[in-house]
Each structure stands twice: as C-alpha cells, then as structure tokens.
Design a protein around this ligand. Structure first.
Ligand SMILES: [Fe+2]
Length: 335
C-alpha cells in the first residue's frame, strides 16, 4: 500500500508577507486568505495545496499524502501501525483546516508530521494564477516533490520504502548520497539527500511551460539572494529547473518537463552521472562539494550525456529533420 500523491504541505514561517510576495510575484500561486496567522495557496482545482502558518519557525513540518478512498486510508494506517509506529485519527477541526474528509497522522523517525487523507475539497471556481503563467502540472502526480536532508540516507531509506510503501526510483553516491522515491508516474515525489542534519531541503513545483520557468528565473535574478541553484537539467526526472530560497529557509525548485515512469515495471538503479546533465550550480553546498558537483557536469559534457525533452500534447511543434546528417545518424545515437 502506498499513497497516490503528495497532496499538501504545511509550512512554518516567521511572517507571512515574504511568503505572499514570493508565492505570488515569482511562483504564480493563488492566495486563499485564511486568518491573520495563516495564508494558503492554490495551484490547481484543489481548494488549497500549501498552507503557511506564522508560528515562529521555518520549515515544512507536515506532509499530506493523498489516498484513494476511506478503505485505502484505513489500510495505510494499519500498515504503519503494524510496523510499530503510532497512528492517530485526526479531529474534525484538523480535517477542516486541511480541507479533507478524513485524516490520520503519524510521526516519522526524525519527528516530522506525516499525514494521510482522502477526499480533498475541490474549489468551486477555477484556479487563477497570480502572475501570467500557463499553470502547474499536478494531475495524477500531486503538488510536486519534497526532499529531506538527513545524516544517513542509508539508515533513512527503510522507513519510507518499507513502512510508507514508497517505491525506490534510483540513487547516486556522488557528489553526495541521495535516494529518490515514487508513489505514482512521477519519477520522484520524495527524496533523501545526505546532509549534516535532518532538515527540509526543497519543495519542487512543475510548470506546464518552459517559458514560465525561464520568466520566473528572470524575476528571481532580479531579487538579491533569491537564486539558490542556477538553471540546469536533472538526470533522473529530466527536469529543467532552478531553485529559489524561500522565506522559510528551504528551497523551492521551479521546473518543467518531468519524465513519467511506469511504477509497475520500473527497476531502481544507480545514477553514476550524478544529479544534473548540466548547470545547477548549488550555492547551498560548501566550496569543495560545489566544485565536485561542477566537475561532474563537465564530465557529463565530455561524455555528451543528453536526453530527449518531455512535452505535453499541443505544447510543441515537431521539426522536420534538421539536415541529412542528423536524419541519417539520429537512430544510432543518443538524442
Ligand atoms: Fe527536486
């Protein structure tokens, strides 16, 4: 038993104005005002996806994983309890706050609140982005993915794989150990990176259009200290993205073109090329590791490592062969 998707997150903040301007001016989320202490954001037809609470802290402290129905929620709760972890059925008040029908909660080994629910509330009106973007890709894959830093990826894997039932997508050891997990056709909805302490590393949001991401990059470049990782392309999910520092200390990856997988047949493997085909200069890394990651992308350039782009129907024009040389050689080479 595993969840269908990452449905929502709850974020702690020290104030809300920074989140309002970041989420609307750069990311393009829609504000749903809740109270003087909270602000919520929409990104699709769900009534809310991201809930920010001014509680004096800075992190993502709750993950909401969506289950298909009441029966699968019960089965998920039983699976977690059987593994020796406490599961509590949440109050009607908390369900109302999360805008779901039914909810159970557990605590992961590092103290994060992990919630499972079914029956999300859908908005009565259409999503209206706060800046002129095409929108967020969420259908079937959820709000995006989140990544945690943890002192030992190896020790953290069993909880997510065996207790929560996440499928392992792949892993790499260099420039830092990392393991990626899927719960649907998205290559990863969750990942672990090795770091000094347990903390949230980033949240990823996927846009329908590459131009949404590029224009977001232009906005981010105009804000001092906003860009955390330069534009680049990931191996693994093939996403083209950059990362922003959020007002709550973790990063928000803003990307386009994620690969789909078939969870029924997917086989986990190693990614020796590391995290990126190119780009992604990471200012969250120390100088030595940052250089190591950079050297890996230069090696990928020497190796000619590349992959086709992932496109949506109606969002591309197919080019005719660029030249006889390309047409003659395309079948025998990596595209
Ligand atoms: Fe990511």
């Amino acid at each position: 038993m595993r969840p269908q998707s990452l449905g929502y997150i709850r974020v702690s903040a020290k104030e809300l104005d920074g989140w309002r301007s970041f989420a609307t001016g750069l990311l393009g989320l829609q504000v749903v005002d809740r109270s003087s202490k909270t602000v919520a954001f929409r990104m699709d037809n769900y009534a809310q996806r991201i809930l920010i609470e001014n509680d004096g802290n800075t992190t993502i402290n709750t993950w909401g994983w969506e289950m298909e129905d009441a029966a699968s929620l019960d089965a998920m709760a039983a699976q977690i309890e059987k593994a020796g972890y406490k599961v509590e059925k949440s109050s009607r008040a908390l369900c109302d706050e999360r805008m779901v029908k039914e909810l159970v909660a557990t605590i992961d080994p590092t103290g994060n609140s992990v919630e499972f629910y079914h029956g999300p509330t859908m908005a009565a009106d259409a999503f209206v982005p706060s800046r002129n973007i095409s929108g967020f890709r969420t259908a079937g894959i959820g709000l995006g993915h989140t990544v945690l830093h943890t002192p030992s990826v190896r020790e953290a894997i069993p909880y997510y794989r065996d207790v929560l039932g996440f499928g392992v997508s792949d892993h790499f050891e260099q420039p830092f150990p990392a393991c990626f997990f899927h719960v649907n056709t998205s290559h990863h909805s969750f990942a672990l990176l090795q770091g000094e302490k347990d903390q949230v590393h980033h949240l990823m949001l996927e846009l329908f259009s590459m131009d949404d991401v590029g224009q977001g990059y232009d906005i981010a470049l105009g804000e001092e200290g906003r860009v955390a990782v330069t534009m680049g392309r990931h191996t693994g999910n093939d996403v083209i993205s950059f990362y922003n520092w959020s007002p709550s200390g973790f990063m928000v990856e803003y990307g386009w073109g994620a690969k789909q997988i078939d969870p029924a047949t997917w086989q986990p493997g190693d990614r020796p090329a590391g995290p990126s085909y190119w780009g992604h200069d990471r200012n969250w890394l120390g100088p030595e590791m940052r250089e190591k990651a950079h050297q890996m992308t230069l090696q990928n350039a020497r190796d000619g490592l590349r992959a086709p782009v992932q496109v949506l129907p109606g969002n591309y024009n197919e080019m005719h062969g660029a030249c006889p040389w390309w047409d003659a050689n395309v079948s025998g080479r990596r595209q």
